[in-house]
Design a binder for this molecule. Structure first.
Ligand code: 4AD
Ligand code: MG
Length: 433
């Protein structure tokens, strides 16, 4: 067999007039007036293959009649430009080999979301989900590129852990050789360990949150991109986040423009985010803005999805919110030296209603203050003895952040639910397939 040609190359016009072999799955099929129109799909792209009963041999015509939706096939034919075909090119079919004849495919269109989720292992072949996976691929590659180009070290923190980072309410507990352990909510505490040998570190790991309610933006398992650096304060770390997000957007606009357009995503908000500086407001100002808009919220309340959505209407690019009341943030955040009611934490919120995509902070680097914060939060200092050690042996000002990759993909691809930003979503009540 000749080297099979990717359909993407054909619709880029690189094989016009040539005889090529293509491998893929039957996406659609119809037979009219002695012609079989078979739409073959490969990596989210489709190519129309036309078989003419009068021209192809009997064997090929029989295969064309027999082939069912989602069968895997090898087709061969000549590429012709045709503005009526999807993608502007079609294949004049000469040969057709059925590799795996498909049984009646259970997804035909018009099914409910629950039904489709039960058939996720098959639904993932949809072009829409394929485009989203390609966007995610480019997001992850671009982020990795940013860190490599700027001298950060990639590290591999553990997923099985002995203590909570983000509070006990969302911890998944498991048996660990006769004692208790947890699935990681965040690699942060381990990344803090690793800045002493490596100074600037980052990791992408799965993170787990036993979120009790189902929402459009919470998963039980998600991919967490986290970074931590010695010698950086909160503002330094916010600049890193801004540069990283801009770099990712630039690359995705370059590499995945067609997928974004296919998804119906307007590119303007993404371009604006590359060009304009991300504004920063303090929590105090956020509360004032919300109160002026008639939202019922008091100083000291945490902002949920609804409040964040309201707030995003005031901005056209991603924006930071900083200086939160310490009681709504984690124990490890450094307190503001100018107002000890506040923590030096920041969130980055995506516009267009999306809300939080990054959470970060400067970390408490003073031993006694950290110990009293651990006690205040009702945590057991023994669980954190190793973490406290970092403040005992050569403590250093440092900061870090965590970015939810599915949250970022959700915004970039313009999805209305986070489940489509990951192939096999996990949330309360869903573990299969
Ligand atoms: O704001 P969070 O809880 O912060 C931390 O975990 C810090 N320890 C990170 C750090 O500083 N190294 O989570 C960080 C990000 C959120 O901004 C959000 O994008 C994402 O993780 N996230 C979730 N994504 C999907 N489903 C969930 N249940 C998520 N919870 C948080
Ligand atoms: Mg957060």
């Amino acid at each position: 067999m000749d080297r099979p040609v990717p359909i993407a190359e054909i619709i880029e016009g690189r094989h016009s007039g040539r005889t090529v072999t293509v491998r893929g799955w039957v996406h659609r099929k119809r037979i009219v007036g002695g012609k079989a129109f078979i739409l073959v799909r490969q990596e989210g792209e489709v190519l129309q293959c036309v078989y003419d009963k009068a021209e192809v041999g009997q064997r090929v015509w029989e295969e064309a009649e027999k082939v069912t939706l989602e069968s895997s096939v090898v087709v061969r034919g000549t590429v012709r430009e045709d503005p009526r075909a999807p993608g502007g090119y079609e294949l004049r079919g000469e040969d057709l080999e059925i590799v795996g004849l498909s049984a009646d495919f259970p997804i035909k269109g018009g099914e409910s979301i629950e039904y489709l989720l039960d058939h996720r292992h098959l639904w993932l072949r949809s072009r829409r989900l394929t485009w989203v996976m390609k966007v995610k691929h480019s997001v992850m590659q671009a982020a990795r590129r940013y860190f490599i180009d700027n001298g950060w070290w990639e590290v591999t923190p553990p997923i099985l852990t002995g203590s909570a980072v983000e509070g006990g309410a969302t911890l998944f507990e498991l048996k660990y050789f006769g004692s208790k352990a947890y699935l990681s909510q965040s690699a942060q505490l381990y990344l803090e360990v690793l800045i002493y040998p490596l100074e600037k570190v980052w990791a992408v790991t799965p993170s787990f949150r036993a979120e009790k309610s189902r929402t459009r933006r919470h998963l039980a398992e998600y991919w967490h991109l986290e970074a931590e650096a010695a010698w950086m304060d909160m503002w330094d770390m916010m600049r890193i986040v801004e540069e990283l997000v801009k770099h990712v957007l630039e690359r995705v606009l370059e590499e995945r423009r067609r997928e974004l357009e296919n998804l119906g995503r307007s590119l303007e908000p993404l371009k604006r985010a590359v060009e304009e500086r991300f504004p920063a407001i303090r929590y105090d100002e956020a509360i004032e803005i919300l109160q002026k808009k008639g939202v019922e919220i008091e100083w000291g309340d945490d902002m949920g999805a609804d409040e964040e959505r309201e707030l995003t209407k005031e901005f056209e690019t991603p924006f930071f919110v900083t200086h939160f009341p310490k009681q709504i943030k984690a124990f490890y955040m450094k307190l503001d030296p100018e107002d000890s009611r506040l923590a030096l934490g920041f969130d980055l919120l995506a516009p267009e209603g999306y809300g939080e995509i990054v959470g970060g902070s400067q970390r408490e680097d003073d031993y006694d203050t950290l110990l009293s914060r651990i006690l205040e939060e009702g945590l057991d200092p023994e669980d954190y003895d190793w973490y406290l050690d970092l403040r005992k042996y050569g403590t250093v000002p440092h900061s870090g952040f965590g970015l939810g990759l599915e949250r970022l993909v959700m915004w970039i691809a313009g999805l209305d639910h986070i489940r489509d930003a990951t192939p096999m979503p996990r949330y309360r009540g869903r573990i299969k397939p």
